[in-house]
Design a protein around this ligand. Sequence first.
Ligand code: UDP
Ligand code: MG
Length: 140
Amino acid sequence: MIERTLAIIKPDAVSRNLIGTVIQRIEKEEIKIVAMKMIRMTKEQAKGFYYVHKDKPFYESLTDFMSSGPCVVMVLEGENVIERYRKLMGATDYKKAEPGTIRKEFATDIEKNVVHGSDSKESAEFEIKYFFSELEIVGK
Ligand code: UDP
Ligand code: MG
C-alpha cells in the first residue's frame, strides 16, 4: 500500500552539513520526496510536535534541541514507507542501531540522532499536517 510519512533532518545534521547525505540515503531506497522545506521551530512548535512525549524526562531537552537551529522537513511517499524509513533510520539509540543505518553511521547521541520519522499511520497523519498543507504536497 502506498503511504506517506513525515521525515525530519534534525538540527544536529543540518549544522554538520548532512542534508545531502540523508537525502541520498532516502533516494537510494527508491523512496519519493513529495514535499520538502527548511524551517526553524520555536520552542512552542517543537513542544506541540512532540506532544506525545510531554511526560518523558527528555521532553524539555529534546524540544530545546529541536528548536536550536534549522531542520529540513519532508513528506516521503512509497510502498510501506513508514516502516521502510524507520528501518533506514535505525534505532532511536544509535548504539543499538543496525550497521548501515543513518543513525548508526551519523548520530552522536541518543537525543542528537540526525533524523526523525513517523512511527505509525496515525502519527504520520498528525505530523504531516503539522508542517504541510495538502497544496504543498506534490502529486504524481
Ligand atoms: N530521545 C531522547 N532520549 C531518549 C529517547 C528519545 O533524547 O531516551 C529523543 C530522540 O531525539 C528521539 C526523540 O526523543 O529521536 C523522540 O523519541 P522516540 O522514542 O519517539 O524515538 P524515535 O521515534 O525518534 O526513534
Ligand atoms: Mg517517535
